[in-house]
Design a binder for this molecule. Structure first.
Ligand SMILES: *[C@@H]1O[C@H](CO)[C@@H](O)[C@H](O)[C@H]1NC(C)=O
Ligand SMILES: *[C@@H]1O[C@H](CO)[C@@H](O)[C@H](O)[C@H]1NC(C)=O
Ligand SMILES: [Ca+2]
Ligand SMILES: [Ca+2]
Length: 220
């Protein structure tokens, strides 16, 4: 039956012509066309199946993403509510900040931040440093960096190593005596910036809570 159809078709197509050459050409064309049609159809089906599975895959993915995003949003709203309630937190560039009014040593200050669901500030760049300067009074504030473990290897509270900081000129200078750091805003320009000081001294603190751990926890 496979061969009968091309034969029939070709004879139909060449019904007006008496030229056998024409018939042969037509037959050859049909013989070629039929597998091509089959191939094309197969391709279409494969493509359809592909698109179908892909679309269901994407629908699933989209739903997952939507659920995740909704959860994220709710969590963020929750967080905003908790932090906003205190009305002491400032939002800037994906982080919330809290500047204290009371003074404590570095360890106690860090504990204070942790109790607030945050940690001592990690100053990542010049913009963040400028933000801190703009939002603090002319005092020293603890920041989350210390070289208590290894002299002159300053580690942030998240375990990362400080590369370049915003140290005041001639700082850090305290060797083993001064292993914790404050950011200092003062009228003396040469003293503006970070200072290493004694960890047991009492200063105000800056807490930072990034919104990224929240998102990372959700997506992992
Ligand atoms: C710090 O607290 C005292 C009272 O405990 C208050 O009078 C003062 O205004 C506060 N300062 C700031 C900068 O919030
Ligand atoms: C920090 O202050 C607390 C409470 O005053 C004290 O118990 C602790 O020993 C101090 N820590 C350091 C490292 O000085
Ligand atoms: Ca930071
Ligand atoms: Ca110093």
């Amino acid at each position: 039956t496979q061969m009968s159809q091309p034969k029939h078709l070709s004879s139909y197509l060449s019904s007006s012509g008496s030229d056998s050459m024409k018939i042969r050409n037509c037959r050859a064309a049909v013989v070629c066309l039929v597998p091509m049609c089959v191939l094309l159809l197969t391709a279409v089906i494969v493509l359809c199946v592909h698109i179908y599975t892909k679309s269901t895959y994407y629908t699933e993915k989209t739903n997952q993403l939507l659920t995740k995003l909704t959860e994220e949003r709710n969590e963020l709203i929750n967080q905003l509510f908790i932090l906003g309630k205190a009305d002491e937190w400032i939002y800037y560039q994906f982080s919330f900040y809290y500047m204290s009014n009371v003074t404590k040593n570095w360890t106690e200050s860090r504990r204070d931040c942790l109790n607030r669901g945050a940690d001592l500030i990690i100053i990542n760049n010049r913009e963040e440093q400028n933000f801190v300067m703009k939002n603090t009074v002319k005092r020293e504030f603890w920041i989350g960096v210390t070289d208590s473990d290894v002299e002159n290897t300053w580690k942030w509270v998240d375990g990362s190593t400080l590369t370049t900081g915003f140290w005041a000129s001639k700082e850090p200078n305290g060797k083993r005596e001064e292993n914790c750091a404050v950011t200092y805003l003062t009228e003396w320009p040469e003293l503006i910036g970070w200072h290493d000081v004694k960890c047991n001294d009492a200063f105000r603190l800056i807490c930072e809570k990034s919104i990224f751990p929240l998102i990372q926890r959700e997506t992992s």
